[in-house]
Design a protein around this ligand. Structure first.
Ligand code: GLA
Length: 439
């Protein structure tokens, strides 16, 4: 494995981010130069119809991303194979419909007019040909750039100075989603909120009038949230990317600790989530071994990440190779009843309602309709334990019907007051509770 050193994956980034945030304020760069628009520093970006933005992802978007499974080793045949695998495995039918290219698709080159150019060796039918192929499979396709002049992967791999031009290009090629990273944005010292608002405006006014999902990737700056995107990353990368997506178990690239870290950070801003705008805790690691866990607990922990991402109404993006997922991983990812929790039309982000401070937690997510909740009994620890959910803490009263969404069974007796289950190490029980609103 050749680890790629990104600020987003190292503690250096955290201190650098603080420094650069201060620098950004001091520098007060001209946005005219950076964004290639008539907008000047501090000037308000024209207002947008946020309902139009939100319409692109009224429920959390679902799909597959190149970064953790393939690294920068992506090309037409690799992406076609992954798209084929999404369809043939049943993942697409389960909802994982967006094939999302991350860093590595572009070297940063442009023609004399400033338009992005790509390698014809890497993409023999061009970026539009790739989009056509993916669309022909009934899927959608996403793409990636950086807010600044540079990207996480190197010089010139950003859209600063070309914002509307690049967004127009992506739309004309047929792309349905765009992720805007912030490595170059940091280096340039961009004013974050103005910058992302400008990207939002460019996406909503692209010259093809193409609806596009907008994902901000800026690792938890709360200042970004008011500019409104379809999803904003709430913490640093959940794993360490490699050049080709390969990794060595024990290397620390994929750790259970970071799954918990990103979960906990993401849980702090539940009111930021709602139909069309979601907190993004980064990608699903289902299929990777997680350092810090016994191998025998990998599948349980994967189901827990999937369960908790669904409880938080997070975008569900697979971060492993779809081409080589095990039957157990596929079974996890295609659990329609847990996916339905994530995709519930109310768009409410679940919250923690109990914590025994030894690893046992209870989370509740309000679902569509009166008196319905998803309730998760989450065992973060390596010790099996009983976990008890109090229905009143979840806002319910009276007689409660319960269904276990992993065993797909209605629990034999309706119950009142509380429910206790034994939860194995690192596992999560997810229940659908149907009762009466407490108030
Ligand atoms: C940053 C982002 C990741 C990924 C990489 C690609 O680290 O946070 O999600 O896009 O860049 O270089």
């Amino acid at each position: 494995m050749h680890p790629i050193t990104h600020p987003a994956t190292s503690s250096a980034r955290r201190s650098r981010r603080r420094t650069l945030t201060k620098a950004a304020t001091a520098a007060a760069l001209s946005l005219t130069a950076v964004l290639g628009t008539a907008t000047s520093a501090g000037a308000a970006v024209p207002p947008d119809d946020l309902n139009k933005l939100y319409a692109a992802s009224l429920t959390p978007y679902m799909g597959w991303n190149t970064w953790y499974g393939r690294g920068v080793a992506i090309n037409q045949s690799v992406i076609r194979a992954e798209a084929d695998a999404l369809v043939n495995s049943g993942l697409a039918a389960a909802g994982f419909k967006t094939v999302w290219l991350d860093d590595g698709w572009w070297s940063g080159s442009r023609d004399a007019s400033g338009k992005i150019t790509v390698s014809s060796t890497q993409w023999p039918t061009g970026m539009n040909g790739l989009a056509d192929y993916i669309h022909s499979k009934g899927l959608k396709v996403g793409i990636y750039t950086d807010a600044g002049y540079n990207g996480c992967g190197g010089a010139n791999k950003g859209s600063a100075g070309h914002v509307q031009q690049d967004i127009n290009t992506f739309a004309a090629w047929g792309y349905d989603a765009v992720k805007i990273d912030h490595c170059g944005g940091n280096i340039t010292g961009l004013n974050d909120a103005d910058t992302y608002a400008t990207y939002r405006h460019a996406i909503l006014n692209n010259s093809s009038a193409r609806p596009m999902v907008f994902n901000i990737c800026a690792w938890g700056y709360q200042a970004y949230q008011p500019v409104n995107s379809n999803a904003w990353r709430t913490d640093f990368d959940i794993a360490v990317g490699s050049s080709d997506g390969s990794y060595v178990p024990g290397s620390g690239a994929y750790t259970y600790a970071k799954v918990l870290r990103n979960l906990d950070t993401n849980s702090r801003t539940p009111t930021s989530a709602g139909p069309g705008h979601w907190n993004d805790p980064d990608y699903l690691l289902t299929g990777h071994n997680l350092d810090g866990l016994p191998t025998s607990s990998t599948d349980a922990a994967s189901r827990s990440q999937f369960s908790m991402w669904a409880m938080m109404a997070a975008p569900l993006i697979i971060g492993t190779r779809a081409t080589t997922l095990s039957p157990a991983s596929l079974a996890t990812l295609t659990n329609a009843e847990v996916i339905a929790v994530d995709q519930d039309a109310r768009g409410s982000q679940g919250v923690k309602i109990a914590d025994d401070l030894a690893g046992g937690q209870v989370w509740s997510k309000r679902l569509t309709g009166s008196g319905t909740r998803a309730i998760a009994l989450f065992n973060r620890s390596g010790t099996g334990r009983n976990i008890t959910a109090s229905f009143s803490a979840a806002g319910l009263r009276g007689t409660i019907g319960l269904r276990d969404l992993w065993t797909h069974t209605n629990l034999s007796s309706v119950t009142t007051g509380s429910y206790t289950a034994y939860v194995p190490p690192y596992a999560t029980v997810v229940l659908k509770a149907t009762g009466t609103e407490a108030s």
